[in-house]
Design a protein around this ligand. Structure first.
Ligand SMILES: [Zn+2]
Ligand SMILES: [Zn+2]
Length: 427
């Protein structure tokens, strides 16, 4: 059965705002009565048949009702991006139009771009947090304060610009966000996800994961502040992002990025791997390279850029072992003898050794020049006895024994032997 008075839903009106308006017109306390009349049990997870039932009671087309529930109707949107039960409002907007705008449902929309002011979520008179139960469309039911009489706080232009962008995204699903001019266009949910992620890690020392949980915990003013901090990170990219990483990096002497950046790294890996977030990965890789562990990215950090792995200046002990085909012991000896240069850092349980690629290359080059006694004899065309005699007589000088050649009595420099061979031929 339709209600007695059924005002029509306004363009861009919030569903709960509309239902509150319908309840007010018909003398009900709040919109839960309307849901009751329509025989709807759900609080926000409305099904298709729930919308159909609401349509009968309110005589508003199902599609219009559905369109006003953005947490269900907007693509990519999740319930947690909305502050459905702690509604916000713009006093100035309400002065002109007595309905609640759907954009106020979004947790990250904290100010009104038309009036340049912070949205209100607490009655300043009785200090009660505004809810659908304790307020009408334009007044507080606890103290009868009229919301239209309030003087909202002005906001900074940057926050207004950002809000304007979010609102334009609500109507045009994918657009460029001006703070990240060089990145691919992000969808509304991508922007919200990114801002929450950066803001929550910048504002809270102990943050777990994505920061979605903050949407239901923070007041509008606190969320406004969090967004402002996140925009700081995005404004001067990647410098401010690198500063944020420095701020959240754990001071523990661990060797893994995971441990050092904790939840931030894990969340990035799980939630921001789509191509549109490549800029995050790039900045994270550059951070790891420049600020952390002498720029080393191990195989474990393949999560970060592949090509950066190869441009790295260092190799681990394991990689060096593979490249030089030597045992760990030999490599450590080479490091001790200064034939390989390495940096060592003592981590919690082990020492991390990073060997410079330059020294590995130098070592390999040097190896090409070293020959065995047999090779030396074949170049000079002499037998073993003659060779030993020449060595004893100081005519042929072996190289000082290196750790690698210890199994051999003598090794020689190819260039020196070739020179000697030419001299013998000439004489
Ligand atoms: Zn306004
Ligand atoms: Zn009040």
């Amino acid at each position: 059965m339709p209600l007695l008075i059924t005002p029509s839903i306004r363009q861009h009106e919030s569903l709960f705002g509309y239902l509150t308006r319908v309840a007010e017109h018909n003398g009900y306390e709040d919109f839960t009565w309307i849901l009751g009349l329509a025989n709807i049990r759900a609080r926000s997870n409305f099904t298709e048949s729930d919308f159909a039932k609401l349509a009968i009671v309110t005589t508003t087309p199902t599609i219009k009702l559905f369109d006003s529930a953005h947490w269900l109707s907007k693509q990519g949107m999740k319930r947690y991006y909305f502050s459905l039960y702690s509604p916000k409002l713009c006093p100035e907007c309400l002065k002109h139009n007595s309905y609640r705008h759907v954009s106020w449902d979004y947790s990250l929309i904290t100010c009104c771009p038309d009036h340049g002011c912070l949205l209100v979520d607490t009655c300043p008179n009785c200090k009660t947090s505004i809810s659908w139960k304790n307020c009408g469309i334009t007044h507080c039911k606890t103290c009868e304060q009229s919301f239209t009489a309030l003087n909202p706080k002005p906001c900074k232009p940057r926050m207004i610009a950002f809000t304007r962008q979010l609102i334009s995204h609500i109507h045009i699903p994918t657009k460029q966000i001006s703070y990240l001019a060089k990145t691919p266009p992000l969808s509304l949910s991508d922007i919200m996800k990114l801002v929450l992620f950066l803001g929550s890690h910048a504002c809270f020392k102990k943050t777990h994961g994505t920061g979605y949980w903050l949407c239901s915990k923070l007041t509008n003013a606190e969320m406004h502040q969090l967004i402002s901090v996140a925009l700081n990170v995005l404004t001067c990219w990647p410098e401010n992002f690198l500063a944020l990483l420095n701020q959240i990096e754990n001071t523990r002497q661990d060797t893994g990025l995971e441990k050092r950046l904790g939840s931030f790294y894990e969340t990035w890996h799980k939630q921001f791997r789509k191509p549109q977030f490549e800029f995050l990965k790039e900045a994270l890789a550059s951070y790891a390279q420049n600020n952390w562990q002498a720029g080393f990215l191990s195989n474990k950090n393949k999560r970060l850029s592949e090509n950066r792995l190869h441009s790295s200046k260092y190799m681990t002990l394991a990689e060096t072992k593979k490249t030089l085909k030597l045992s760990y012991r030999k490599i450590l000896e080479l490091i001790d003898h200064g034939q390989l240069t390495a940096i060592c850092s003592d981590a919690k349980s082990r020492t991390l050794r990073l060997i410079t690629k330059v020294s590995i290359q130098g070592y390999l080059e040097g190896q090409k020049d070293i020959i065995t006694a047999k090779e030396m004899r074949s170049i000079l065309g002499i037998g073993e006895r003659r060779a030993n005699k020449l060595i004893k007589g100081g005519k042929i000088v072996p190289l000082p024994n290196r750790p690698l050649n210890r199994s051999r009595r003598y090794v020689f420099c190819r260039k020196a032997i070739s020179r000697l061979a030419r001299e013998i031929q000439l004489s």
